[in-house]
Design a protein. Structure first.
Length: 463
């Protein structure tokens, strides 16, 4: 999902505010314009969610029904130099109501976790996890705005919200406050093998919007003490980006971290000869856990431009994990470096026998699948998630268009290629958060959930 544009040369990065700051294939065999529209209908469950941002799903209450946890940045206003960032946002749980003996997709109860009065600027992608070991899922909230430090403010934060009274009461625990860094996602995982879960995140200070030379981006660890207590964050590696994943990439029994890269040296990728591109300018990277407290960054893909997201997607019928990624570019901008980046696209990455070497890459989308609306400050696509969206047993993809001002799904064909469809009633549903792909009402069909910063809305597409 992406935010409103920032008035600067690197404002393409600000499209990540909501986009980040708002988840055996081949090239599609037919253009999206020729594809038959899917039988989906849009159900909007909240049309009054100012600054709607990230969407995740999980079971936060005792009843085994999936809830949605959604962050929102608040109401943006505009001044003579551009958008005025709202001082605080919200995080809410949406729980399906039990109406007439059924869970209906149209009927949801909204419960506040983070209120505006809590003063968290840009609550980003929440993480649902049992932080304190009481068997009740809690919610970790990373926060902050990329360019805050440049404007003389330090509002980056990390907090976790303790689940009480079966998700009806939430107790705040601050881990980081008043930080010059912004935090966009976290994973809770035992990264150092001491049987206590740690928090891993990427800290980003984008510096001046007009320069990539002053960016500070680092992988950080908050070592766990147990029972919801953590040490202060420490840097464990340079680089990475907003939306991270934890996975044992090389099969050595230790958790590694996989990440896109947007800020920092990757901005200069087009000017570095292909043979000389390393992890510092890579679009996507993974951090190898060496087991001694150190981490080594390796390049995954080095030719995709600024990376937005890379997620593991497990096949429906067995087989190896597929890594699906999106870049975040705008072909409308006529000058470098923007004009030199690859067009907006969805990729699949496959690690080879030595995952320390760049991974094999295949583009899954076709040219023109994600047409960007607007110039500097907008880009596409956004986040991606996988699931069977047709009922034929094949893995399909839901994709946030972000700066293309619509939402999409990519249908996998029998030969492994993909056709991109725009979801109906999504014109203008831009700068999107999500997606969530899940059977929310237990009817045997997966729904797709997106938020829209442009429309201040949270919607479900069902078939």
């Amino acid at each position: 999902m992406s935010p409103t544009p920032y008035a600067g040369l690197r404002s393409t990065a600000s499209t990540l505010i909501i986009a980040l700051a708002v988840g055996a294939a081949g090239v599609a065999s037919a253009p999206a314009a020729m594809a038959e529209q899917p039988a989906y209908n849009r159900i909007t469950i909240d049309n009054n969610l100012p600054g709607a941002a990230f969407v995740v799903s999980g079971n936060v209450a005792l009843l085994p029904r999936p809830e949605l946890v959604v962050s929102a940045f608040g109401l943006f206003t505009f001044g003579p130099t551009g958008p005025i960032i709202p001082p605080a946002g919200t995080v809410n749980v949406y729980r399906r109501k039990f109406v007439g003996g059924f869970f209906q997709l149209e009927d949801w109860e909204k419960i506040e976790i983070v209120k505006e009065s809590d003063g968290i600027t840009f609550p980003n992608r929440p993480a649902i996890a049992d932080v304190d070991g009481d068997w009740m899922p809690d919610v970790i909230v990373p926060g902050g705005y990329f360019f805050d430090n440049y404007t003389g403010q330090q509002r980056g934060s990390l907090s976790w919200w303790e689940n009480r009274r079966n998700a009806r009461q939430w107790i705040r625990h601050d881990l980081v406050t008043n930080s010059p860094f912004s935090y966009h996602s976290v994973v809770l995982v035992d990264i150092d093998g001491d049987h206590r879960k740690d928090i891993i995140t990427v800290a980003e200070d984008a510096g001046s919007p007009s320069s990539s030379a002053d960016d500070i981006v680092e992988l950080q660890m908050l070592k766990g003490k147990g029972r919801g207590k953590f040490h202060a964050p420490v840097k464990i590696a340079d680089g990475g980006g907003g939306l991270i994943e934890a996975r044992d990439v090389n099969g050595d029994g230790r958790m590694d971290i996989v990440s896109p890269q947007f800020f920092g040296p990757v901005q200069a990728q087009p000017f570095v000869p292909a043979a000389a591109r390393d992890a510092s300018v890579a679009s996507y990277v993974w951090f190898e856990n060496n087991g001694d407290g150190s981490f080594t960054r390796h390049a995954i893909g080095t030719n995709q431009g600024p990376g937005f997201t890379i997620v593991p997607v497990d096949p429906l019928n067995g087989g190896p994990t597929r890594w699906i990624a999106t870049n975040h570019t705008n072909p409308n901008v006529p000058f470098p470096p923007f004009a030199l980046y690859p067009a907006p696209a969805v990729y699949e990455f496959t690690p080879g026998p030595d995952p320390r070497q760049p991974w094999a890459v295949q583009q899954l989308s076709s040219a023109g699948d994600f047409p960007v609306t607007g110039g500097i400050g907008q880009a596409a696509p956004g986040a991606v998630a996988g699931g069977d969206l047709t009922g034929n047993g094949r893995l399909d993809l839901a994709v946030a268009g972000d700066g293309s001002r619509a939402v999409y799904w990519m249908e996998q064909q029998s030969d492994g290629t993909f056709i991109t469809h725009q979801l109906p009633d999504s014109d203008g549903y831009g700068q999107n958060g999500g997606p969530v792909v899940q059977d929310l009402n237990w009817n045997g069909k997966n729904e797709i959930v997106f938020s829209s910063f442009d429309q201040n809305a949270l919607s479900i597409w069902a078939r």
